[in-house]
Design a protein. Structure first.
Length: 138
């Protein structure tokens, strides 16, 4: 799922659906963002696969569960841990959390849809975990 999310983030969210993702990079007033619409965009195929997989007892059930579990991971990691939209789990300072936060911070330094980097969420380049990179860029 991480590759699918990376591909979707780079070519869909920073592509033809930029108008939904734009406020996530450029800020806005209030709690909700247009970017939150991606929850529904990804939840619909997940629900479809779960329901049809249950009805026909086939592989679609597992695809739907995979999409839903990645959505849960996205909510916890991206919205709670990285962006801290909910004020819980704010004191996590282990190397992995610091590395993904750092990579996401670099991703957000680009306010437009071009020149982006670090489109992944759970898997980011090792340089964001290295002390030398941290000292140079934090």
């Amino acid at each position: 799922m991480e590759f699918v999310a990376w591909f979707t983030h780079k070519y869909v969210m920073h592509g033809f659906l930029w108008y939904l993702h734009k406020d996530h990079h450029q800020g806005k007033e209030g709690f909700f963002e247009k970017n939150d619409a991606f929850f529904l965009i990804f939840a619909l195929p997940s629900m479809y696969c779960i329901f049809t997989g249950l009805v026909y007892q086939d592989f679609r059930l597992y695809i739907g569960i995979g999409i839903a579990l990645y959505g849960l991971a996205y909510f916890i990691v991206h919205d709670i841990i990285i962006h801290q939209r909910f004020k819980i789990l704010t004191k996590w300072n282990n190397k992995y959390v610091l590395g993904i936060r750092r990579a996401h911070k670099i991703h957000h330094k680009h306010l437009g849809k071009e020149h982006g980097e670090n489109f992944g969420m759970l898997i980011v380049p090792m340089r964001y975990f290295r002390k030398k990179y941290i000292e140079q860029n934090d």
